[in-house]
Design a protein around this ligand. Structure first.
Ligand code: HEC
Length: 111
C-alpha cells in the first residue's frame, strides 16, 4: 500500500466509524426523549409542554419539540438541567451528561 492509499484508507475508516457513532447517539437521544420528554411534549392529547408551546408560539413554530428545526443545543441543555414553569429539573442520576448530549444531538439543529 502506498502512503497515500494508506492515508485515504484510514480517512475512510474514520468517516464510517464517525457516521455510525453520530447515528447511535441520535438513536440513544430518541430513547431518552421517549422516556423522559414525550409525555409532556408529544403530539397527542394531554401533553402540557406541547399545549404551553402552542400558546407561546401561536403557530409560528411547531409546538411539538421533535418537529422543531431551530432549537439550539445550549437551550436544550439549559432547560433540561434547570427546568421551566411546570417542566422539572432533570438530575444527572436521571439523565446523565452522556444521555443529555445524545438528547441534544437528537433535538438541536446546531449540535
Ligand atoms: C412535566 C412536563 C414536562 C416534561 C416532562 C418536559 N417538559 Fe419541556 N417544557 C414543558 C413546558 C410546560 C414547557 C413550556 C414552558 C413555557 O411556558 O415556556 C417546556 C419547554 C421546553 C423547552 C423550551 C422550548 C421553547 O421553545 O421555549 C425545551 C427545549 C424543553 N421543554 C425540552 C424538554 C426536554 C428535552 C424534556 C425531556 C428531558 C422535557 N422538556 C420534559 C413541560 C415539560
Amino acid at each position: 500500500m502506498s502512503r497515500l492509499t494508506g492515508i485515504l484508507f484510514l480517512m475512510a475508516v474514520a468517516l464510517i466509524f464517525g457516521a455510525a457513532t453520530a447515528q447511535d447517539q441520535q438513536q440513544r437521544g430518541k430513547e431518552v426523549y421517549d422516556y423522559w420528554c414525550i409525555n409532556c411534549h408529544g403530539s397527542f392529547p394531554g401533553t402540557p409542554g406541547t399545549q404551553a408551546l402552542e400558546v407561546l408560539y401561536r403557530g409560528l413554530k411547531p409546538a411539538d419539540l421533535e418537529e422543531r428545526t431551530d432549537l439550539p443545543a445550549e437551550l436544550v441543555r439549559l432547560y433540561v438541567r434547570t427546568g421551566v414553569s411546570i417542566m422539572p429539573t432533570f438530575r444527572k442520576t436521571e439523565i446523565s451528561d452522556e444521555d443529555l448530549e445524545a438528547l441534544t444531538a437528537y433535538l438541536a439543529f446546531d449540535y
